[in-house]
Structures are given as structure tokens and as C-alpha cells.
Design a protein around this ligand. Structure first.
Ligand code: COI
Length: 387
């Protein structure tokens, strides 16, 4: 069985390499209408295929289900997982493709948005055509395809952020609506990557993504990372209080959130005064949740700044082409998350909400900001797959 057909899309290329991936059936009209005009970019029968997948709802899982599955793995369960991922990913990708198609036509022609759209079509076409996986050898090939897909999609976040900022300038859609589109796109991306990585773990291709985390260790590690990334000025003192809790979670997600919040607190504390004031970090837990609070005295935010903290429009203030290129240099997802693109807060909120947690910020202009993170520790909340 030849399952492997390499990725051919060059991101931001306008040529429809989705089509190159399946030349036997497709043909692109010369100037394809795309968007909410009623017609779509792909020829009709391709959208019929898409409709078939969209008519199926994604099967949302809990953290506990995923963790338990990992504990008792054998060939039968491995193949069951492979076939679940094989059938589930195209459903989740199809729903996302449809959301892209609903964007106003002019936004869909933005090269960054279009590049990501094409990547999704390509992944959809490639994965949906994989026949049932019946042996470990077939699973090996499947894992190669999954790994290639994960790598090919590393460019998605910076490309989308750049595209969304350009789209805002077109004034066709409000930033609020664009933010909603980004939230849903990132949420569904996280879900696909978690499923995919989980299957790679089951197949012994990588170490587990669900680690036993200690809230103190998460904070200590992030404090260290933030201190290490600080090159200028006097670093604020960071004190750690509260009680430690152990919980099993996607450690990369918690670390991403805490790191982003700490680095924001750090930056505000340094820029506000000559002598940076202390940052207080507190953690505790109750029966259901692990809680983190990060309090800075960095002067807080004015109403206007605070109103925009969850917007991906902030990418234009902090992101730049150099960073986008850095990201295109195929950093792994972990390294990628450390780069400051100016969209760490909205992304952290999406990460926190994925398994039912939350992130909230309160600010006192003239004094400082408090960030509260709640991470569910029971693992019994379904993945949040809201569109
Ligand atoms: C993404 O990273 O955006 C994905 O959808 C990954 C998936 C195709 C494996």
C-alpha cells in the first residue's frame, strides 16, 4: 500500500497545490469565486465530499480517556486508535475548511489565509484517502504521514496571524469577528494536534504529551525561562507562594500559558519603573481545579489597552516578518510557542479553555495586573470544539 504522497504546498503560494496532490480528479476554474457568494473555491464535487464530512460531528474526547488509552496499549488498541485518528482528522479538518469558505471572498484571497486554507485541503485529501489500517506496518506509514502533517502545519499560526492583521486593514470584517474566527481555528488546530500526537505516543514515536505536572515545578521552570530570556535592565524579583499540586495534563499547554503570563508581567514591571517591583506568583488547588495567579505591579493597563488584550490584532504591534520567517524555519511547536508574536494572551485563553479551564485578567490602571488561570485536574471535561 502506498500511503505516502509528500506535501507539495509551498506556503503562501497561490498555485493550488491542493490540487497537485490529487490531480486525477480536479480542475480549477480560471477565476474561482470563493466565500459567502454561494459558490466555493473548489469544484462542486469536491464540496460534495466536504459536505459528507461536515455532516458528521467530531467525536470529542476527555483528557482522562486519552490518558487511560495510553496506559493499556496493545496491537488491537493501537490499530483502533490509528483508525479513529484516520477517520476523525478529516472530519475536524472539513469543518475548519468550511469556516474558511464562509469568510468574505476578499479575505479568502489574502495569500496567508489562502496558504493555510490550501494546507488544510491538502491534509484533508491526503488523510481521508488512507485506507483502513490493519497492521502495525501500515501504522508505521500512517505515523510518517501524521508527522509530516504536523511539521507542514507548523507555519499555520504565524501565517494566520499575519493574514488576519492584513484582513483587518481591508475593513470587510470587524476585528471582533476575525478574533472569533482565529479562536475557533486555533482551538480546532490544538484538538487535531493533540489527537495526532497522542497517536504518535501510542505508536512509540515520541514521549507522552500528558505528563504529571507539579504546579510549583511549572512555575519554577517558567520563572527560569523568563529570567533567562531577559537581557536588559534589572529583573523584577519573583516570589512563589501557595501549595504545590500534582496533576496530569498536556504539560506544554500549561507551560505555554504560565510562560506567556509571566513574560507579560515581567515586561510590564521592567517598563514601568526604574526599580522593577516584585511579581507575586501563587498556586493552589481545590477538588476540581489547579489555580495559578500571577500578580504584577507594573502599572496596569488603561481601558483602551485592556479592551484589546484578547485580540489577534496585537500581532501587528509585536509580530514582524523576521519572526514569521523564523517560524517558517520549522521550529518545533515547543520552541515556536516561546517566540513573542504579540498574540500570547488570546492563544493562552484558547489553550486554557481547550479542556474546560479558563484564563482571566484584571487590571488596576496605575498599579498592576492580576492573571488567574484555572486548569481542570479531573480530566473529565470534553475537548472544547466550539466553532
Ligand atoms: C494543524 O496543525 O493545523 C493540523 O491540522 C495538524 C493535522 C493536520 C495533523
Amino acid at each position: 500500500m502506498n500511503l505516502i504522497k509528500p506535501y507539495t504546498t509551498k506556503i503562501v503560494s497561490r498555485a493550488s497545490s491542493t490540487l497537485a496532490a490529487c490531480p486525477q480528479t480536479l480542475h480549477v476554474p480560471p477565476s474561482p469565486p470563493w466565500g459567502n457568494t454561494g459558490s466555493t473555491r473548489q469544484p462542486f464535487y469536491m464540496n460534495k465530499t466536504l459536505d459528507d464530512y461536515i455532516s458528521q460531528s467530531p467525536t470529542s474526547l476527555t483528557l482522562r480517556q486519552l490518558i487511560f488509552y495510553e496506559r493499556h496499549i496493545n496491537t488491537e488498541r493501537l490499530l483502533k486508535s490509528a483508525n479513529y485518528v484516520r477517520t476523525e482528522l478529516p472530519i475536524r479538518i472539513a469543518h475548519r475548511i468550511r469556516e474558511f469558505q464562509k469568510l468574505p471572498y476578499i479575505l479568502g484571497t489574502n495569500p496567508y489565509i489562502e496558504g493555510v486554507y490550501e494546507l488544510y485541503w491538502q491534509a484533508f485529501e491526503r488523510i481521508r484517502k488512507i485506507p483502513p489500517i490493519e497492521t502495525r506496518q501500515e501504522n508505521e506509514i500512517f505515523c510518517e504521514i501524521l508527522q509530516e502533517s504536523l511539521d507542514a502545519h507548523l507555519v499555520v499560526i504565524p501565517q494566520l496571524a499575519k493574514g488576519i492583521v492584513e484582513c483587518e486593514q481591508q475593513q470587510v470584517m470587524s476585528m471582533e469577528k476575525l478574533d472569533g474566527f482565529m479562536d475557533a481555528t486555533l482551538r480546532s488546530r490544538i484538538s487535531r494536534r493533540v489527537l495526532t500526537e497522542h497517536h504518535l505516543v501510542l505508536s512509540d514515536k515520541r514521549k507522552s504529551i500528558f505528563n504529571v505536572c507539579s504546579s510549583h515545578n511549572v512555575l519554577t521552570k517558567c520563572i527560569h525561562l523568563v529570567n533567562a530570556s531577559q537581557h536588559e535592565g534589572t529583573a523584577p524579583k519573583i516570589t512563589l507562594n501557595g501549595t504545590d499540586t500534582e496533576f496530569q495534563y498536556v504539560s506544554d499547554h500549561v507551560e505555554y500559558i504560565v510562560y506567556q503570563l509571566l513574560s507579560n508581567a515581567f515586561r510590564h514591571s521592567i517598563s514601568s519603573t526604574d526599580q522593577p517591583r516584585e511579581i507575586k506568583v501563587t498556586t493552589c488547588s481545590n477538588e476540581k481545579d489547579v489555580l495559578f495567579r500571577i500578580s504584577d505591579q507594573g502599572g496596569g493597563m488603561c481601558k483602551k489597552e485592556f479592551a484589546n488584550i484578547w485580540s489577534y490584532g496585537n500581532f501587528k504591534r509585536f509580530g514582524n516578518m523576521q519572526k514569521v520567517q523564523q517560524l517558517e524555519a520549522k521550529l518545533n511547536e515547543h520552541e515556536l510557542l516561546r517566540i513573542r508574536l504579540g498574540i500570547g494572551l488570546p492563544m493562552s485563553k484558547v489553550y486554557a479553555g481547550y479542556f474546560g479551564g479558563s484564563l482571566e485578567l484584571y487590571t488596576m490602571e496605575g498599579y498592576g495586573t492580576d492573571a488567574y488561570v484555572r486548569i481542570p485536574r479531573l480530566g473529565n471535561t470534553n475537548e472544547n470544539l466550539d466553532d
